[in-house]
Design a protein around this ligand. Structure first.
Ligand code: ADE
Ligand code: ZN
Length: 329
């Protein structure tokens, strides 16, 4: 039985496995510029975040109907459950779909068909986090929040993703203020490729409660001290960092140093279909490459539930935390 954990940094579009991409392409009459899954997999040799994003957005062309989004999410939840995920807070990128003529309703209703069945079918509780694309305009983000208003009972919070450098958090001040006024939780990618200042800005200007990635905080001792003091969770994604070349090899990943510094780190999969592994695979990888002991792994699992947005159901959080404490490696 795998270690119970929550997944807090997962882009549902990044769970699109090549086999499902071809299946959906056939179903929807979409042609992909790859002969087969093998040729597609060869394109998974990324130089940086942007080279990954290019393929990530290209393959989204196969996602057209509610059923497509349902199948995508259900396939993810089955895999996550098999790797010990008990709770998943799932990102989606509506602007990337709306731009292709696929409406907010199709995306949210489709995902919800799978999420609504997830506890019964997979034993995984779920929440949805709507991300704004930071390389799109602030106006577009505001329009997206407006389009989401009929579905807010299904969305726990907002996030910020896509190409980071040159798109500082401050650009999205207004939409985050509006999201807060609607009672939405707030997170943002920061310090993945962008500088530590983006982490500070996400906290101070956007009022985020968690930082997605946050790896580059390690360049600023004062910032590390603050993140420790304020217990700001970081949703790290080790296999993603290697595949996008933020770190050279997993053995060089700063996770052990971050834990030693007292940071509230969690381990997540980001875009598992593209980066070589789901949540449990990320745990296994850091365990072997970084020599993390059982108590460190337990700490990471505990942190994942402490950092999750389960305030509406503290009983559930306590149950998950008890599972972590009782787990025998
Ligand atoms: N969108 C999907 N995965 C992402 C990542 N790792 N960073 C920024 N945007 C993303
Ligand atoms: Zn991400």
């Amino acid at each position: 039985m795998p270690l119970p954990k929550a997944e807090l940094h997962l882009h549902i579009e990044g769970t699109l496995e090549p086999e499902l991409a071809f299946e959906l392409a056939a179903r929807n009459g979409v042609s992909l510029p790859y002969a087969d899954t093998e040729e597609l997999r060869k394109a998974y040799d990324f130089e940086d975040l942007q080279s990954f994003l290019n393929l990530y957005y290209e393959l989204m062309a196969v996602l057209r109907t509610e059923r497509d989004f349902e199948d995508l999410a259900d396939a993810y939840l089955a895999r996550a459950a098999a790797q010990g995920v008990r709770h998943a807070e799932i990102f989606f990128d509506p602007q990337a779909h709306i731009a292709r003529g696929v409406g907010m309703g199709t995306v949210v209703e489709g995902l919800w068909r799978a999420l609504g069945e997830s506890e019964a079918r997979h034993g995984v509780s779920t929440q949805l986090i709507m991300c704004f694309l930071r390389d799109e305009s602030a106006e577009s983000a505001l329009e997206t929040l407006e389009a989401a208003k009929p579905y807010l009972d299904r969305i726990v919070g907002v996030g910020l993703d896509s190409a980071e450098v040159g798109h500082p958090p401050v650009k999205f001040r207004e939409v985050y203020e509006a999201a807060a006024a609607l009672g939405l939780r707030r997170v943002a990618h920061a310090g993945e490729e962008g500088p530590p200042e983006y982490i500070t800005e996400a906290l101070d200007v956007l009022g985020v409660e968690r930082i997605d990635h946050g790896l580059r905080c390690m360049e600023d001792a004062g910032l590390v001290e603050r993140l420790v003091r304020e217990r700001v969770p970081l949703t790290l994604c080790p296999l993603s960092n290697v595949r996008l070349r933020t770190v050279d090899v997993l053995a060089d990943h700063p996770l052990p140093a971050m834990l030693d510094a007292g940071l509230l780190c969690t381990v997540n999969s980001d875009d598992p279909a593209y980066f070589g592994g789901y949540a449990g695979d990320n745990f296994d990888a850091v365990r072997s490459a970084l020599g993390l002991g059982e108590e460190r792994l337990r700490e990471l699992a505990r942190n994942s539930f402490l950092a999750s947005f389960l305030e509406h159901d503290e009983e559930r959080r306590a149950r998950y935390l008890a599972e972590v404490e009782e787990y025998r490696f």
